[in-house]
Design a protein around this ligand. Structure first.
Ligand code: V0D
Length: 253
C-alpha cells in the first residue's frame, strides 16, 4: 500500500525557484559586458573572462526558461568587435562551437530554439557550420528562443533594411505610400519577433553601443554594475522583479 506523499513532505524555506513571476517580460535583450574586466581583476587574460561568460550564458538560459521568458536576445559579437586584437577575435569566434559542443544536448532537453541576428554569412566557416547545425537541430523546438546577435550592428541593420526596401519599391512590390512602421520592421533581422520588453546591460556602462536601436523604442532599461561573469539567477531575478514594478505607459496617459 502506498502512502500519500504530502504526509512525508518536509516544510522548507521558500527557495528562489518557488517564486513565480506574475508578469514576466516576453522578450529580454542583454548586453553581456564586463568579461575582460572580470578577468583583469583576477590577473587573467581577457579570454578567460569570455570563457567564464560563456558558461553564464547557459545558466541564464535556464533561468529565463524557468521564469517563462519566451525570447532571449544576447549581444555576443558586434560589428565593432572585429577591431580587437586578432587572437581575441579568433578566440571569441570559437566560442559558439565550444558552447554547442558542451550545451546543445541540454538546449534540446529544454526545448530551446537557437537563432541569430546579424551578418551571418561573413563569419568564419567553422563558426557558421557549428551554429547552422544547431539552428537546424533546434528548429522544431517551441520553447525559449535563444537569439544570438552575432556580427550585429544596428545602424548597418537599418541601412540594409532601407536598401532592400528601396529595391522592393523599385520592383513595384509595394508603394512608398504603403510604408509604415510595421512594414519597415519586416526588413530588420528581427522580422517576426516582438520588440524587447526589457534590456539589461551589465558592467556599469549605460549606453546602447549600436544594439537594436529601432527595436528598443519602448523597452524598459535595467543597468547593473555586476560584471557578466558574475551575473546569476539572483541578479537576473531582481531585474525581472524591477521590470514588473514599472508601469509601462507607451507614452500615453
Ligand atoms: C563572449 C559573453 C556563447 C560575451 C558570453 C562569437 C562574449 C560568451 C556564444 C554562442 C560569446 C553564440 C552562438 C551560438 C551558441 C553560443 C557566444 C560569442 C561570444 C561570439 F549558436 N557565448 N558567446 N558567441 N561569449
Amino acid at each position: 500500500m502506498s502512502m500519500k506523499l504530502p504526509f512525508f513532505r518536509k516544510k522548507r524555506a521558500a527557495a528562489i525557484e518557488d517564486i513565480t513571476l506574475e508578469n514576466p517580460p516576453n522578450h529580454v535583450a542583454i548586453i553581456m559586458d564586463g568579461n575582460g574586466r572580470w578577468a583583469k581583476k583576477r590577473g587573467l587574460p581577457r579570454i578567460a573572462g569570455h570563457k567564464e561568460g560563456m558558461d553564464v550564458v547557459k545558466n541564464i538560459v535556464t533561468v529565463a526558461n524557468k521564469y517563462n521568458v519566451k525570447i532571449l536576445t544576447l549581444y555576443a559579437f558586434s560589428t565593432e568587435n572585429w577591431k580587437r586584437p586578432k587572437a581575441e577575435v579568433d578566440f571569441l569566434l570559437r566560442l559558439p562551437k565550444e558552447f554547442l559542443h558542451v550545451y546543445l544536448p541540454e538546449m534540446m532537453e529544454n526545448n530551446v530554439r537557437i537563432e541569430t541576428i546579424g551578418e551571418f554569412d561573413v563569419l568564419p566557416n567553422h563558426t557558421k557550420a557549428a551554429i547552422q547545425y544547431a539552428k537546424e537541430k533546434t528548429s522544431n523546438n517551441d520553447g525559449l528562443l535563444l537569439n544570438f546577435a552575432l556580427n550585429y550592428g544596428s545602424r548597418f541593420e537599418i541601412l540594409r533594411a532601407i536598401k532592400q526596401m528601396m529595391t522592393d519599391i523599385d520592383e513595384s512590390k509595394f508603394s512608398v505610400d504603403e510604408l509604415d512602421e510595421q512594414l519597415f520592421s519586416n526588413y530588420l533581422y528581427t522580422n517576426g519577433l516582438t520588440d524587447p520588453d526589457l534590456l539589461i546591460r551589465t558592467s556599469g556602462e549605460q549606453r546602447l553601443s549600436n544594439f537594436l536601436l529601432w527595436q528598443l523604442a519602448y523597452t524598459e532599461f535595467w543597468f547593473t554594475d555586476v560584471l557578466w561573469p558574475d551575473f546569476n539567477e539572483e541578479i537576473f531575478r531582481q531585474s525581472l522583479l524591477d521590470y514588473q514594478q514599472r508601469k509601462r505607459r507607451y507614452g500615453g496617459i
